[in-house]
Design a protein around this ligand. Structure first.
Ligand SMILES: [Zn+2]
Length: 175
């Protein structure tokens, strides 16, 4: 069979740059905004107004290396950091970040989304036992034959999830 398609070459990231409607939060003053460039730069590059709340959440997400978090985890972190925010606002903000390409959403089970700050081409190990997620660099996975997408559609992204499980007594070796 000739058409051995190289998966990496076919991955197209189609991230919609949707206009975000104005929210009621206040825009961050320049003096505060100048402190931490990473979160701010990402917000500005994405065209999102750097409100105090968005910057605070973006810092939690983006200034600790690549992360996979649930909305509930981020909510707990925000409250622990004295950022007064509701879970509904967390969800809204996360989805704004997704629409602007700051995050990717990963759905492993119905009702269980993780938000991924790693935007590089990559896949995941997902541990059914612990719920842990681990990145797999994109080049380590080769997808062979892909089905033809339905008429009028194109493949926007391929997410490979390799499910693993851990034995309860994995660490007790016989040696
Ligand atoms: Zn990831």
């Amino acid at each position: 069979m000739a058409p051995a398609s190289n998966c990496n070459a076919t991955l197209l990231l189609l991230v919609g740059l949707l206009p975000i409607s104005a929210d009621m939060d206040t825009t961050l003053p320049q003096s505060v905004a100048a402190e931490r460039p990473i979160a701010l730069e990402r917000l500005r590059a994405a065209g999102l107004r750097p409100t105090r709340q968005r910057v605070a959440l973006a810092r939690l997400l983006l200034e600790n290396g690549n992360r996979h978090v649930t909305a509930e985890q981020l909510h707990s972190e925000a409250l622990a950091a004295s950022i007064p925010v509701s879970l509904a606002t967390i969800y809204n903000t996360l989805h704004q970040f997704i629409e602007c390409g700051i995050l990717r959403e990963l759905v492993f089970e119905p009702g269980r989304s993780y938000f991924d700050t790693n935007l590089e081409d990559h896949h995941h190990f997902y541990c059914d036992t612990t719920g842990d997620l681990q990145d797999i660099p994109g080049e380590q996975v080769t997808v062979g034959r892909l089905p033809q997408p339905p008429a009028g559609a194109e493949i926007s992204r391929i997410d490979v999830i390799i499910r693993i499980r851990r034995e309860p007594r994995q660490n007790t070796t016989l040696n």
